[in-house]
Design a protein around this ligand. Structure first.
Ligand code: ADP
Ligand code: MG
Length: 335
C-alpha cells in the first residue's frame, strides 16, 4: 500500500462535526475558520534513517530544515506561518550539545521566518532521532488557496528551480559510500554548494507569498513540491477536476543541478519530475493575471490546465506527448 492509499484508507468515513473545521484531510494543511480569520495547521515528521542521514546532515541544518518543510505547507495555503510546536524524541547516543545544535537550527529558522516556537514535547527513543513539527498560520478566510481550485486554461506556474535537492542527495550518498569503503578518501563536495544547500537546508517560499499578497493576486490552486513536480501537478489536476499540459522545455532547472545530474547518468528533467524535496510552490493563476505575474514575479510558467478528458501530459523537448505519472517516469541511465 502506498502512502496516499494508506492515508485514504485510514481517513475513510471521517466526518467533520464542527462547523469551524473548514478543511480536513486532503490538502497541504487543515483550515479552521473562526469568523473572518482562518487558522492553518500542518504537521510533518522527520525520522532518522528515513528522512535524514546524520552522517552527512549537520544537526543545525536538520533543525532548520525540519521547520522550513513545515512552513512550506502553510505558505502553500496562501497563509502566513506564525507559530510552531516542536516534538523531539532521541536515543541516549545524543549528547546535550547535539540537541542544542538541532535547536540552534530550529531557532534560526524561527528568526528568519518570523515564527514563534510556542511549545512541544520531549521524549526518548530506542532508535535514533525523530522530529515532529506542527506549524500554525493565519490567512483571511477568503484568501485561503486549496489544491482544488484550478480551472481549464489557467496557467501552471512554479517558483525557483527543481531537481536540485534530489541531485544533492545523490552526491551526498555517493560520497558517503566512497568514504565507507575507504575512510582515507575525503568526500569531494566542491563546486556543489547550491545542490547541497537545496538538500540539507531548503527554504520555504515566504517572499513569493508576500509578493502575491502585495500584488493582490490569488492563485486558483496551490501545493508545495515535496514529492516531485509530477506527483504535485497530478494532485492539483485531479483535485481540481481538470487535465494539464507541462512543457519540458519550460521546467526550471539550475545549471549546477543539470550538470551534476548528467554526471550521475540521470535525466535532469526526471530529477525535477520525480525527485522531490524542492519545497517550491506549484500554483495556477487565471490568464487575466498573466501580465502582472510576468512583470513582477520571478517564476516560471511551465504549462496550463486543460479539460479533464484531455488527461495529464508532459510535452517533451522533441514535442513527444508523454503521460504524466507520479512514479511512472523511469530514470533513464545514460553512460
Ligand atoms: P504533504 O506532503 O503536503 O505534507 P501529505 O501527503 O503528508 O501532505 O498528507 C496529505 C493529507 O493527509 C494531509 O491533509 C495530511 O494532514 C493528511 N494525513 C497524512 N497522514 C495522516 C494520518 N496519519 N492521519 C490523518 N491524516 C493524515
Ligand atoms: Mg505539502
Amino acid at each position: 500500500m502506498g502512502e496516499f492509499e494508506l492515508i485514504r484508507h485510514l481517513s475513510e468515513g471521517i466526518e467533520l462535526k464542527n462547523p469551524t473545521s473548514k478543511k480536513g484531510i486532503g490538502d497541504d494543511a487543515a483550515v479552521i475558520e473562526n469568523g473572518d480569520v482562518a487558522t492553518i495547521v500542518s504537521t510533518d515528521m522527520l525520522v532518522e534513517g528515513i528522512h535524514f542521514d546524520l552522517t552527512f546532515h549537520p544537526l543545525k541544518h536538520l533543525g532548520y530544515k525540519s521547520v522550513t518543510v513545515n512552513l512550506s505547507d502553510i505558505y502553500a495555503m496562501n497563509a502566513i506561518p506564525k507559530q510552531i510546536v516542536v516534538g523531539v524524541a532521541f536515543s541516549n547516543r545524543f549528547s546535550l550539545e547535539a540537541i542544542e545544535e538541532l535547536y540552534s537550527g530550529i531557532r534560526l529558522a524561527c528568526e528568519k521566518y518570523n515564527v514563534d516556537l510556542v511549545g512541544g514535547d520531549t521524549t526518548s527513543s530506542t532508535s535514533g532521532l525523530i522530529i515532529s513539527i506542527t506549524a500554525i498560520g493565519t490567512a483571511k478566510k477568503e484568501n485561503v488557496v486549496y489544491r482544488n481550485g484550478a480551472k481549464e486554461n489557467d496557467l501552471l506556474c512554479v517558483s525557483g528551480d527543481l531537481g536540485g535537492a534530489y541531485v544533492g542527495l545523490q552526491l551526498l550518498e555517493r560520497e558517503k559510500k566512497i568514504f565507507l569503503e575507504n575512510p582515507k578518501i575525503q568526500p569531494d563536495l566542491s563546486g556543489a554548494d547550491y545542490i547541497l544547500e537545496r538538500q540539507l537546508k531548503p527554504e520555504a517560499q515566504k517572499e513569493l507569498i508576500e509578493k502575491l499578497h502585495e500584488l493582490n493576486i490569488k492563485p486558483t490552486s496551490m501545493i508545495d513540491i515535496s514529492d516531485g513536480l509530477s506527483s504535485e501537478a497530478l494532485h492539483l489536476s485531479t483535485q481540481s477536476n481538470v487535465g494539464c499540459n507541462i512543457f519540458e522545455s519550460k521546467i526550471p532547472i539550475d545549471p549546477q543541478t543539470y550538470d551534476r545530474a548528467r554526471e550521475f547518468g540521470l535525466d535532469p528533467t526526471v530529477c525535477a519530475l520525480n525527485g522531490g524535496e524542492d519545497y517550491e510552490l506549484l500554483f495556477t493563476i487565471a490568464q487575466s493575471d498573466y501580465e502582472v505575474i510576468r512583470e513582477h514575479l520571478d517564476i516560471s510558467i511551465i504549462g496550463h490546465m486543460t479539460d479533464k478528458s484531455a488527461g495529464y501530459h508532459l510535452i517533451d523537448k522533441s514535442d513527444n506527448v508523454v503521460e504524466l505519472r507520479a512514479q511512472g517516469w523511469e530514470v533513464k541511465v545514460k553512460s
